[in-house]
Design a protein around this ligand. Sequence first.
Ligand code: PMP
Length: 398
Amino acid sequence: MPLAPAAALPAFAARARSTGGSPVREILALTERPGVISFAGGLPAPELFDTAGLRASYEAVLDGPDAARALQYSTTEGSPALREAVAARVGARGLAGTADDLLVTTGSQQGLTLLAATLIEPGDTVLVENPTYLAALQCFALAGARVVAVPCDGQGLLPDALAETVARERPKLLYTVPTFQNPTGRTLPGARRAEVARIAARLGLWLIEDDPYGDLRYEGSHEPWIAAHPGAEDRTALLGSFSKVMAPGLRLGWLRAPAALRRAAVVAKQAADLHTSTVDQLAAAHYLATRDLDAHVARVKEAYRERRDALLAGLGGALPAGSEWNRPEGGMFVWARLPEGYDAGALLKSAVAHDVAYVPGAPFFTGSPDPRTLRLSFTTHTPAEIAEGLLRLGRALR
Ligand code: PMP
């Protein structure tokens, strides 16, 4: 008997239909062909990974008495040894605490997803910096949030504007990347951090402080986390990551949050993936116990500082007269703005035709984007390659 014609399938959820893919990923795909000098990707330099050290840690874990444990299911909270090592690192940067304050996540990206699942009802308002990290915007959109931008300047959030926006919009939380932000590279000064903490406490607001780049400082002095300022301690979820200091392929991050929020995030993580890969956690814990991660990070920073300086040295010659750009003290990104009448998105095609790439700034904005902006990452090419990339960029933009 012939089959009856199939009825139409029910629609995807509205949040899935309304959340677009990342244009950055599509551009990255375009620029993967050999010969392209790409300032587009936000990737760590692969030649600087401590491959030998990580291999030794994986071998030690899989050869030793822990091998079966490393391959077994484990607890949702994460390896106690890894959490203890993270607690020690976090303590050294100014936030005392223990392994119990921490949840290991599958990259800090998962920390964001867990917090969105825990805190956001569809229709809730989330405040963000403008511009901000694209995959955070996607995460909040998928949670059904109404995302509202807080006015910022070259140093990040403007506290008075934040207080006004909170009073007007009644948001549930503020998401911020206060140190070497993606995409702008900018860093929120200490006095403003203190004010953000005070405003959050006074007006009743959760804070998500996302800090994957803070260890990559090339000059200047370390700014304490917002989470360490009075008022923030009982309301801040701090997200950290091994992606930029060890390797992003490990997919290891952590979330530090007040007890009730952390427990709710643990339940959300059970539903998401039960736990982060046991073998990866044990290998990272072994690495932290037997190697000097800070010495490795110091070598990486040395290379990145030279690369940042090469980009800054050549940018003036590559961008049209009247362009502006910043000088980040760390991280991976320089943020630039072309003169009136230029459109960085429209010009990308010409750049790719000249075998060079960047990321247009527009997708990082909430509300009306600034089409003149672009993000340039300096981490994955040598200073000589960066100089050549800038010559090409100059030809492309001319
Ligand atoms: N937050 C920000 C601001 C980022 O730039 C990134 C990575 N590009 C992440 C979170 C996610 O990092 P991961 O999941 O690799 O820890």
